[in-house]
Design a protein around this ligand. Structure first.
Ligand SMILES: C[S@@+](CC[C@H](N)C(=O)[O-])C[C@H]1O[C@@H](n2cnc3c(N)ncnc32)[C@H](O)[C@@H]1O
Length: 252
């Protein structure tokens, strides 16, 4: 790849992961224009070790705002995401397990399944966390039966999926959730466009596929309402240089 293009793509990927102005962990084999991939595994794990930080904290500090995971988990706790039975959990795109770890420790599930398109991370998640890796087509949760999951969640995943892919995943999340179960995800919505957000994004030279993929808040609410879910709450959380909007829905 010509170096000018490579630099642009690398900058876009930095933005995708949170920050445009930080050093990226480089890998010759990485296709940064493809959002179904993730950070280079070996290099990222080594960089976290060299920094003396847990992997999740290293990724957060390097690519997003320190403390964002804790703030997110705090909001989700207030919205009762972790109370009640959360024994069967499904996560889409867990990547480095930044959210898998706190969610698993709060819920202590007997069943934790994941859909992950980045093959090296998918294998690493199985080996390190003993999760069930579902065959991942990047569009559906087809290995998961209807009405079978207590909590289905995705963090910074729908922001890399184009609009129809977002809607497909939302419908799939509804399908697999049991009555009384909870769906949690964040998305780049019209509520994330305030305060000159687009200028901030343009200043990053993002060039990473469909990222950040916009979806209307009302469309999400309408889909879930029609699907038999109630909105428990929403909140904004940093995804540098802007924000994403979290949604918590509960099936009736
Ligand atoms: C920006 S990363 C976020 C990772 C992790 N959830 C976090 O918050 O650190 C997006 C993750 O979703 C995965 N991914 C991308 N497209 C996907 C798709 N269509 N289906 C499932 N996973 C996908 C990537 O491999 C990566 O692990």
């Amino acid at each position: 790849m010509p170096s000018a293009i490579k630099k642009n793509v690398l900058q876009g990927t930095n933005s995708l992961l949170g920050l445009a102005d930080l050093k990226l962990v480089r890998s010759r084999d990485q296709d940064w224009s493809d959002p179904s991939t993730f950070l280079p595994l070996k290099e990222t794990v080594a960089a976290a070790q060299a920094a003396g930080l847990p992997l999740g904290e290293y990724i957060e500090n390097t690519y997003n705002v320190p403390g964002a995971i804790g703030t997110t988990i705090g909001h989700l706790t207030e919205l009762d995401v972790f109370s009640g039975t959360r024994d069967r959990i499904c996560e889409i795109g867990p990547g480095s397990a930044r959210f898998l770890e706190p969610v698993r420790s709060l819920c202590k599930p007997s069943h934790y399944e994941v859909y992950e398109t980045a093959a090296p991370w998918a294998k690493w998640l199985q080996e390190n966390y003993g999760v069930i890796l579902r065959a991942t087509d990047g569009k559906t949760l087809k290995a998961t039966p209807d009405d079978s999951i207590d909590l289905v969640h995705a963090h910074k995943v729908l922001v890399v999926v184009p609009l129809l892919g977002i809607c497909r995943y939302l419908k799939e999340m509804m399908r697999v959730t049991r009555p009384g179960g909870v769906v949690v995800f964040d998305a780049f919505t019209d509520d994330c466009l305030a305060d000159g957000a687009i200028d901030k994004w343009l200043a990053t030279d993002v060039d990473a596929g469909s990222y950040p993929s916009l979806v209307l808040k009302q469309l999400i609410v309408d889909l879930f309402t029609a699907g038999g879910f109630d909105l428990s709450g929403t909140f904004l959380i940093p995804m540098k240089p802007g924000t994403t909007q979290y949604f918590v829905f509960r099936r009736r």
